[in-house]
Write a protein that binds this ligand. Structure first.
Ligand SMILES: Nc1ncnc2c1ncn2[C@@H]1O[C@H](COP(=O)(O)OP(=O)(O)OP(=O)(O)O)[C@@H](O)[C@H]1O
Ligand SMILES: [Mg+2]
Length: 295
């Protein structure tokens, strides 16, 4: 599923904030396709925080972003620029100072959609076992008991935690706890899945396995995914589009359509020249002006 059919083949395209397209290499071409049904529209989103010193810290400085239904979007940007703040706003746990976010998550029910978040910080309930932590979102959605059991067991297996269902978070390693958090976010098969560096504490093998599960989930459902990551390769391997934010206060520096076709074999992808070319160009783009970034 997803929006593969909307995306250009063999086309690299950047849209720079306040500028015309900036070509990279000689493969640039305009493609007049757009999202059929925006799942999320962010308009002039502004957000700041009060500082302990008494001043105000501007974090989001007028973010504009459209996310198509069923799209897999990655967000990259310097540490501290406001990625988690933006994700918290989208998850409705932070409120904007000004601007707005419009949701249209469910084709039938409009804005009413399930949103799940894999937080950057640990978010497990320490008094519940692995099984109970993963099951919790399903209880909230009133799923039948046998269906809950099947789904929890499937996700325990998917994140490589067979045999640990009865363990408590304190009895697990950091990477294992991260995997439980991911399973708890994914188990409800949400309409919108927000992920904040979800794979960062994982070993390479587990990371790849879970990435594949996420892609499988995304392909089999009409889930819209927004992934915040520092990992350029991960963004290129997984996403349809890649948004780069500026240093704080964050604005959208560029939006890139990812030309890699789907379905993608993640194992094979890492050996492909085109993949590495895109990663390289993205790295160059990210590092341009890096030294001029605000502290
Ligand atoms: N609740 C808060 N109160 C005060 N300041 C905050 C709060 N949350 C975030 N900030 C500040 O907002 C800025 C952006 O933080 P945020 O966590 O969004 O960055 P980030 O891009 O996710 O960084 P990283 O890549 O390191 O996770 C930081 O300077 C941070 O100190
Ligand atoms: Mg963050």
């Amino acid at each position: 599923m997803g929006v593969t059919h909307l995306l250009p083949k063999k086309v690299l395209m950047w849209r720079e904030e306040g500028k015309d397209e900036v070509p990279f290499g000689n493969r640039v071409e305009r493609l007049e396709t757009g999202p059929k049904r925006p799942a999320i529209a962010v308009r002039d989103a502004r957000k700041g925080f009060s500082q302990n010193s008494g001043g105000r810290l501007d974090v989001l400085d007028g973010i504009d972003l459209d996310v198509a239904a069923g799209e897999f979007l990655a967000i990259l940007g310097p540490s501290g620029c406001g990625k988690s703040t933006l994700l918290n706003v989208l998850a409705r746990v932070e409120v904007l100072d000004s601007g707005r976010v419009e949701y249209n998550l469910d084709a039938e029910n409009g804005a009413k959609g399930r949103i799940a978040v894999a937080w950057q910080e640990e978010s497990l309930m320490p008094w519940k076992t692995v099984h109970k932590n993963i099951e919790f979102p399903l209880i909230a959605t009133n799923s039948a008991k046998t269906e809950r059991k099947d789904r929890v067991e499937r996700w325990i297996a998917a994140v490589g935690l067979n045999g640990f269902a009865d363990y408590y978070p304190s009895q697990l390693s950091q990477g294992m706890r991260k995997r439980v958090s991911l399973a708890a976010a994914l188990v409800s098969e949400p309409d919108l899945l927000l992920m904040d560096e979800p794979f960062s504490a994982l070993d390479p093998y587990t990371k790849r396995q879970i990435e594949k599960e996420v892609v499988r989930l995304w392909e089999s459902l009409d889930t819209t995914i927004i992934l915040v990551t520092h990992d350029v390769q991960e963004a290129v391997a997984l996403a349809d589009r890649i948004v780069v934010l500026t240093a704080r206060p964050a604005t959208v520096k560029s939006v890139r359509d990812n030309p890699l076709p789907r379905p993608r074999d993640l194992d094979a992808l890492y050996g492909q020249t085109e993949f590495h070319e895109i990663v390289r160009e993205l790295w160059l783009h990210l590092t341009v002006g890096h030294n001029e970034a605000a502290p």
